[in-house]
Design a protein. Structure first.
Length: 75
């Protein structure tokens, strides 16, 4: 299926949003995994990390979908 060419800045905004989600989830997971003492009183740590991993996967998948179906039209 050919990619759809788009002129809109909304594609840039969507890509930036998902990239920020990826960075946020990576930063938080890194903190939890590298410094568990900082979250010692956190009783739902494993559930929270699973949620972060799911959010990370969703953001990566969404970026992939945008890249698969859309491309920016030359201005």
């Amino acid at each position: 299926m050919p990619k759809r060419k788009v002129k809109t800045d909304f594609l840039d905004a969507l890509e930036a949003h998902y990239q920020a989600e990826i960075e946020k989830n990576l930063a938080t997971l890194s903190l939890y995994l590298n410094n568990p003492i900082a979250v010692a009183d956190h009783t739902t740590l494993m559930e929270d990390m699973k949620g972060l991993a799911s959010s990370l996967a969703e953001a990566e998948d969404s970026l992939g979908v945008l890249g698969k179906y859309f491309e920016k039209e030359e201005k």
